[in-house]
Design a protein around this ligand. Structure first.
Ligand code: 4AD
Ligand code: MG
Length: 432
């Protein structure tokens, strides 16, 4: 008899197979028991009929506790009434691992309780659906960049540099030196772009941000493409094509997950239309001021109510262009005709999900960068390798970083970024 994953049920209709699964839930009457099973690939129903399996197997089925691990044997059948579409008519059950008093019951639990039990919470159908979407975004990312002439380069996690400012660094000892956990792979990706043309990275990044919001993680995963011989306008086109591709891939390949999450496909469809709108930082400030945001002045960074208002003024993700130099990192290219703004863009997701991409054209001039490094209070010795990139064949180049978890949160239509990563690291939380 073949052991299968229920995801492949379609190929096995009418066959008797074996499946390793856990009992998510059950209900029974005197003659029939319905087991809600999950095997990691999907949630499905197992039906146990007393007259078919006999008293012993029927009693075993009726007494299975939540999350008991079982090997079930039976025939795969189509089941038009369930979302999943297939069920198993059980003929035999073998208990592999018992389970007693599983803490997460079908009733409602508070967030703290669920976060404390994240290692078990991951087994629930909603979390399963979110991880399916995360997996699809990762898969589609590789497809997009591989199909567009990029190669994947892995920047280091332990570094001596602080691309995104020195306030939120995780510091650690590196033998007799100091090192930081990477905030962004960007500076290394710039070196890689000078070696390989078009590159992208995908890896964990760390920010000791004292922010407790629904958009902030302490450890998150970022996709960072970097492109040589490319100016900002062309980069924006890559960014919007990439994000539209992610949305389309989720629509094409995550049917079941979208159903479980109740995510409206018609809303997501709108985000596959190109181009995405663009608004300058200047115009965005004016838009806010005209609409009653008296707190915002030219020069301020946007907070989440501001980003949400701007996003709601459009029907798609929107680019905000050219922020004030004073609130952006040292490496951004100065504007050709203004000295108060830099050549950069943030992409703001619709529906109040905030910034999903930060990117910019990079400064190419050696003297300018050296001055910037000094002005930002950075140690120039740590950056001499980075400055070398401007000494040996410096070219226009541009790149961006997409936050994986913010993107997954948005595409899933969920409330909080903590559910978009298997084991979230949050302010004051590193358990489990
Ligand atoms: O805007 P950020 O800070 O940009 C950079 O790090 C650049 N060096 C990227 C580049 O040009 N190569 O971060 C990029 C994205 C944000 O738009 C957001 O989606 C995500 O990373 N992000 C976070 N996600 C979750 N939690 C946090 N604390 C995040 N901080 C940034
Ligand atoms: Mg940013």
């Amino acid at each position: 008899m073949e052991s299968i994953q229920i995801l492949d049920a379609k190929k096995h209709v009418g066959e008797t197979v074996q499946i390793g699964a856990w009992v998510a839930n059950k209900r029974s009457s005197g003659k029939i028991a319905f087991l809600q099973l999950r095997d990691g690939t999907a949630y499905f129903q197992g039906i146990v009929v007393k007259t078919e399996v006999g008293e012993e197997v029927f009693q075993l089925a009726k007494n299975l506790n939540q999350e008991t691990a079982v090997l079930v044997t039976g025939e795969i059948r189509e089941d038009s009434r369930s979302k999943f579409g297939y069920e198993i008519g059980i003929s035999g059950i073998e208990v592999v691992g018992e389970s007693h008093e599983y803490p997460i019951t079908p009733k409602e639990h508070g967030t703290d309780f669920l976060m404390d039990h994240r290692h078990l919470w991951l087994r629930s159908s909603k979390q399963h659906a979110i991880m399916q979407i995360r997996n699809e975004v990762i898969r589609a990312t590789y497809e997009f960049f591989n199909n567009n002439g990029f190669i994947k380069i892995d920047p280091p996690i332990l570094t001596g540099s602080a691309p995104e400012g020195t306030t939120d660094l995780f510091e650690t000892n590196y033998f007799d030196q100091k090192a930081y956990l990477s905030q962004s792979g960007q500076l290394y990706m710039e070196a890689a772009a000078m070696a390989f043309g078009k590159v992208f990275s995908f890896g964990p990044t760390f920010r000791a941000e004292k922010s407790k919001t629904r958009r902030h993680l302490i450890e998150f995963w970022m996709i960072e493409p970097e492109m040589a011989f490319m100016h900002q306008e062309e980069s924006l086109e890559v960014q919007e094509r990439y994000v539209a591709f992610l949305v389309q891939s989720v629509l094409d390949n995550c049917d079941y997950a979208l159903d479980v999450l109740g995510r409206d496909r018609a809303i997501l469809e709108k985000y596959t239309k190109l181009p995405f709108p663009r608004i300058s930082y200047d115009d965005a400030v004016e838009l806010l001021q005209k609409n009653g945001f008296e707190d915002i002045q030219w020069g301020d960074d946007f907070g989440s109510p501001h980003e949400t208002f701007i996003a709601n003024s459009f029907d798609q993700p929107v680019f905000i262009l050219n922020y004030p130099k004073a609130i952006k990192p040292f490496y951004m290219k100065p504007h050709p005709t203004r000295d108060d703004v830099v050549i950069c863009a943030d992409m703001i997701a619709p529906e109040g999900y905030g910034e999903i991409i930060g990117g910019s054209e990079r400064a190419t001039d050696y003297e300018f960068l050296l001055e910037q490094i000094r002005n930002h209070g950075l140690d120039e010795n740590e950056y001499s390798w980075y400055l070398d990139l401007r000494k040996y064949g410096s070219v226009p180049h541009t790149g961006f970083g997409l936050g994986l978890e913010r993107t997954v949160t948005w595409l899933s239509g969920i409330e909080h970024v903590r559910e978009a990563i298997p084991f979230p690291r949050l302010l004051n939380r590193i358990y489990p």
